[in-house]
Design a binder for this molecule. Sequence first.
Ligand SMILES: Nc1ncnc2c1ncn2[C@@H]1O[C@H](COP(=O)(O)OP(=O)(O)OP(=O)(O)O)[C@@H](O)[C@H]1O
Ligand SMILES: [Mg+2]
Length: 524
Amino acid sequence: MPRASIDRAVDAQLDQQSERFVDMRIDLVAERNSAVIITAGGVWDTRTKRYVGESEMSRIFRAHEGQIPAAEWFATWLEAHLRGEELYELGQPMTDVLFLGGRRGGKSNLAIALLNTYLVAAPRRIGWIVLPTFEDRPEIDRELDEALPRTWYRAVGDPLFVRYLANGSEMYIKSSFDPETLKRGRADIVIVNEAQKHKVDVYGTVLPAIADKGGLVIMTANPPKNARGEWVAELVEKARAQRVNTRIFTFDPKLNPHVKRNILASLKGKLDDRTYRREVEGEFLPRTDAVFHAYSSEFNLEPVPDGPGITVSFLRRKLNVDAACLHGMDFQKDPHMVAASLRFFEDPEDPGGDPLVWIFDEVLIEQGLEDDLVDALEAHGHTGADAVVADASGEWQDAERTKGRSSWDVLRRRGWRKLFMPDEMSKRNPPIMERIAVGNSLLKSADGKRKLRIDPRCIHTARSVRLWENRNGAPNRRSEHAHIADCWTYPAYRLFPRRSGRGGIEYARVERARSDRQRDLEAF
Ligand SMILES: Nc1ncnc2c1ncn2[C@@H]1O[C@H](COP(=O)(O)OP(=O)(O)OP(=O)(O)O)[C@@H](O)[C@H]1O
Ligand SMILES: [Mg+2]
């Protein structure tokens, strides 16, 4: 239907119902004490097409405790937006926000309330609700039907799914099943519901749609359970690393009084542990085939405290060296040279026990050599006064696998002389499975302690810990993530070796005759 006749049709319908003026106001208030967070709209004059005064009647949306922080942030964004300004963070205008959490926290409910508030506050604007498929519509239709008084809009159904509001704003329901449909037209506000179920290009496709008027994309998501939703986990990781200014709000279902919380809690006994943690607690879990299955971005990813902590005393005790920082290094030109920088902190939950091990910096150089690695570390402010636990094979070959030229010699020549082998008892690298076992036990020990923390700025390390996968039952050595895992598990193994205790099973290493090439394959 052409625009002009739609206008006439909507006007005609609304005229029939309500004469010239429509009370069109939304108040978003805190359920707890009715404090007003946003008030939008007023008396809409269908003839002059503007708000002409305060409306006494208001559609009130009550936000529960779990929704308040996101609602308040949106109020700030909206205020700036209606003034024609943008909110800036990390030097960039804010364009998108992610509502995250376990099931039933009130993410979709708030997102729709904010969309309606926006479309009422700003006449003649366009809002989209983007669903993974049209089969997901009934839930959203129900929320929408409850959200707005029937007299405020006219719905045009199949195949348009549009609601034309009396104030000229339009709300479209779309599906990303065919992403091409998202490339048509502009929008001022877009809700991407259940973001983890969309194809990855939904994010890239809807962001340009809001560029015209500096609008906002609001995504709601549960932690993804399969590869399709992996981009949400990546976005969260980048946002926590402050690489993108996507704002994240976590919705706790336990704060939503509109669902039966005792039933949610009772699911603990009915669902398997992974499903419960993902769906109810909203935890991002590593994939089931993850090498570092003990990793959790909720608990192992955390900004590093200031200062060196107890690094100096810890390293003196463990390695008999004076250093305020320890680097793990792995040497190979192809695909990359990598280093991870570690510091150690007293564990407040385990005073006197093993310290917290914090990976707080990283360097990754594609197609690099030893000098490039040292240059990059020094550019980050590190020096040869720091200690290093490095790939043991670097003692007899370099990054280009040239025998007789040694990576360790390059380090020594550059003044990095506090070098240690990953295995105190051997000149060879400890077996990969043993290093992984140490890594997993630091990520989460059998008694639930999480000693290893990764600063979110270490984006390569965090990503590799999350994504490195087993293939056919063994860690995939061809994965791009394998070398990064090497560089931090060398120091981890050196400091926290897992040796079979007295009386336990013991095993000796038996050297077999083999070619150098085979030796390489095992060592790397
Ligand atoms: N402020 C509120 N007022 C009234 N009902 C609410 C409110 N917040 C949430 N609800 C209700 O609680 C239920 C769960 O909310 P919602 O569907 O928004 O959760 P969600 O976080 O999107 O969950 P899911 O992850 O399952 O999609 C819904 O029935 C919703 O209508
Ligand atoms: Mg939802």
